[in-house]
Design a protein around this ligand. Structure first.
Ligand SMILES: Nc1ncnc2c1ncn2[C@@H]1O[C@H](COP(=O)(O)OP(=O)(O)O)[C@@H](O)[C@H]1O
Ligand SMILES: Cc1ncc(COP(=O)(O)O)c(N)n1
Length: 283
């Protein structure tokens, strides 16, 4: 059977535990029928208990990875995760412009759920100055949105204000995620803004500690859907369904915070297909 050609690139850190970073991204791309490529910015030694060691990859090697992909393999969408420091951010922005990459999804990863810092404090300005102006979709969680905008976010109105700030900083589409909003025990609500109107995307909040890699997986699913030519809001709606299934069926492996389940979305879809006898695949 002829494979349709959808390709995406992730620029992120490696998570030895497989729940976040490059590993989560590639698994998500694969589940959504997208060919995955990677440029690794750091190798981390981590598991369900946390990030134990970080080994940043030399800048020249990151550049060589980006050049190898950009000069030959032309991704339709690109996402960034752990970017380590200001020099890496500047490099990623320069290379994205050089290769005219479209559909740039920035997950502004700063602090792992276990508390380890994945981005130097001094890199924030570089992110704002170099990366945000070329960002198609940014996906901060609430603490990241607060740090980048300088606002305190308690209410949904505060979140709308922060989303407007991101648009003023040059971002085209903003998704401020609500996983950290503990005032809402029923739902986990994400806010989308494109400079024109606000949309709220709500999912049933799952009472689980196994949420390692939720942000990586969501942003990778958005990237995959953009690579599949979906418009940003539709890509985000589909990605929200993917992460919801992945959290509802999370893998309780390890003694700490287990990863989400990247198979869950397709497994549930296949179950529904078997139940209805419908064998047509709708992504
Ligand atoms: N317990 C939960 N139940 C359902 N959805 C969740 C839960 N925690 C996070 N999410 C969703 O997972 C995605 C990632 O959100 P969040 O946890 O805020 O990001 P991050 O991993 O970057 O901290 C969002 O779509 C959010 O709404
Ligand atoms: C390489 C890498 N990238 C990103 C995260 C964030 O994921 P989380 O916030 O779920 O710990 C991580 N832990 N490791």
């Amino acid at each position: 059977m002829q494979q349709t050609d959808f390709r995406a690139l992730t620029i992120a850190g490696s998570d030895s535990g497989g729940g976040a970073g490059i590993q989560a991204d590639i698994k998500t791309f694969q589940e959504l029928g997208v060919y995955g490529m990677s440029a690794i910015t750091a190798v981390t030694a981590q598991n369900s208990l946390g990030v134990h060691h970080i080994h940043p990859i030399p800048l020249t090697i990151i550049e060589q990875q980006l050049h190898a992909i950009g000069s030959d393999m032309n991704p339709a969408a690109v996402k960034t995760g752990m970017l380590v420091d200001a020099a890496t951010i500047e490099l990623v922005a320069t290379m994205s412009k050089r290769f005219r990459w479209n559909n740039v999804v920035v997950d502004p990863v700063m602090i792992a759920k276990g508390g380890a810092s994945l981005l130097q404090q001094t890199a924030l300005q570089a992110l704002i100055q170099h990366l945000l102006p070329i960002t198609t979709v940014i996906t901060p969680n609430i603490p990241e949105a607060e740090i980048l905008t300088g606002l305190t976010i308690n209410t949904l109105k505060d979140r709308e204000k922060a989303a407007s700030n991101f648009v003023q900083m040059g971002v085209t589409h903003v998704l401020i995620k609500g996983g950290h909003d503990e005032t809402n025990t029923e739902h986990s609500v994400d806010l989308y803004y494109d400079g024109q109107s606000f949309h709220y995307l709500s999912g049933q909040r799952v009472a689980t500690k196994h949420t390692h890699g939720t942000g990586c997986t969501l942003s990778a699913a958005i990237t995959a859907q953009l690579a599949r030519q979906k418009k940003p809001l539709e890509a985000i709606h589909k990605a929200k369904k993917f992460i919801q299934a992945a959290i509802e069926h999370a893998y309780p492996i390890g003694a700490g915070h287990g990863p989400t389940n990247h198979f869950a979305y397709n497994q549930m879809k296949n179950k529904r297909k078997t139940a209805t006898g419908n064998h047509i695949q709708h992504l």
